[in-house]
Design a protein around this ligand. Structure first.
Ligand code: FE2
Length: 373
């Protein structure tokens, strides 16, 4: 069979076909337990499977509460169980407090000791967007639809003939790092009347919708999550990529770590599909090229054909979303070029542990006793 050659066998890594799936917990030895400190807050579940909205909560009130650490730790648990939490009207939240809160979510929920907020690799790029006050912050990633519109205009002549495939929007933040982000906290400072919704899909539920035998197979696999664009951008711009980036493990300019396809969330102890799909996943290791494509297509098919696994945020001015990248994939909706008004947001991300799979961990439905019907 001539096609079974070394050239089309993906996954050579450290001299072996199958890189090892890390199985040890580097921190947080047991799943965390919610203490009840947020029981007084009104909330609405977004769907039965994913998402929760706290319509009245101010992050600043939690930060300044006498039991702030307990409340923040509990919110970290809720975010990790529900995948994503929505908040409204965070008009009094400044950048310093947003960073502090995001950092504490990771720190108080068992993040490895020397980890902190992520630093974007190409923060030194002259094209980096500034905060609304004209300054920059190495821990804040700025999004701005007006800047995106300018890029879109340069592509306008090509756009009508290009097929639209928004599936590439699904991703998990900073999987190009050895230690990727656990919590991301995005606040939308300005938004048009409509457009620019963000969606989050549950990696817990996508895992639960697979047959036990297929889940077991995926648990043996890792994926390479390469993002060479940072190195080439830094070389072209004649600057160094930022290093370290929120962890002593996130250094240098390789940006090609291997992560487990199925991982355990350190906070809930539940399994989720992690590196089986998405923007930064470049190949499934140790399988043939067509198997790599098949696996990633299958996971993407589960995302796109199961919209009950998805929470959708319709942004309002000063709304915020906080999610756990270990168990959900966010996706932006790139339609703001069709409406008037700017969409500007600021995001901070905490850096979690090196992803691992605890073979004794359970799926979300197994842990909660929810049957697949
Ligand atoms: Fe992202």
């Amino acid at each position: 069979m001539p096609w079974l050659t070394e050239e089309n066998l993906n996954g050579t890594f450290s001299g072996t076909v199958h890189p090892t799936v890390p199985s040890s917990r580097p921190s947080c030895p047991t799943p965390l337990k919610y203490s009840g400190s947020l029981d007084h807050l009104r909330y609405l579940e977004i769907t039965p499977i994913i998402g929760r909205e706290y319509p009245d909560v101010k992050i600043t009130d939690i930060l300044h509460a006498p039991n702030a650490d307990e409340q923040i730790r509990d919110l970290a648990i809720i975010i990790s169980e529900r995948g994503v939490v929505f908040l409204r009207d965070q008009d009094d939240l400044n950048i310093a407090d947003q960073k502090k809160f995001c950092d504490l979510l990771g720190k108080l929920s068992g993040r490895p000791e020397h980890h902190g907020l992520h630093v974007h690799p190409i923060y030194r790029d002259p094209g980096n967007l500034t905060l609304p006050d004209g300054t920059t912050d190495e821990n804040i990633y700025v999004i701005n639809s007006e800047a995106q519109k300018k890029i879109y205009k340069t592509m306008a002549r090509r756009a009508p003939t290009e097929p639209r495939d928004l599936s590439r929007e699904w991703h998990s933040d900073s999987t190009f790092e050895n230690a990727p982000s656990d919590f991301s906290f995005l606040k939308m400072e300005e938004t048009p009347s409509h457009g620019g919704d963000t969606l989050w899909c549950s990696g817990y539920e996508v895992y639960d919708r697979m047959s036990p035998s297929f889940r077991s197979y995926l648990e043996t696999l890792t994926a390479t999550c390469a993002q060479p664009v940072f190195k080439s951008a830094a070389e072209a711009g004649k600057y160094d990529v930022m290093s370290p980036r929120g962890s002593p493990l996130n250094v240098g300019d390789d940006f090609a770590p291997c992560h487990p396809v199925v991982r355990t969330n350190r906070i809930t102890g539940w399994k989720a599909i992690f590196a089986g799909v998405a923007l930064h996943v470049t190949k499934i290791n140790g399988v043939y090229t067509y198997e790599d494509q098949f696996i990633r297509d299958y996971v993407m098919r589960l995302i796109t054909q199961n919209h009950d696994c998805i929470a959708r945020m319709k942004w309002t001015k000063n709304a915020a979303a906080i999610w756990n990248n270990d168990c959900v994939w966010p996706a932006a909706t790139p339609d703001t070029h069709l409406v008037d008004g700017n969409r500007t947001g600021v995001r901070a991300s905490s850096i979690g542990e090196v992803p691992y799979l605890d073979p004794n961990s359970k799926s979300r439905r197994e842990a909660l006793g929810i049957p697949i019907t």
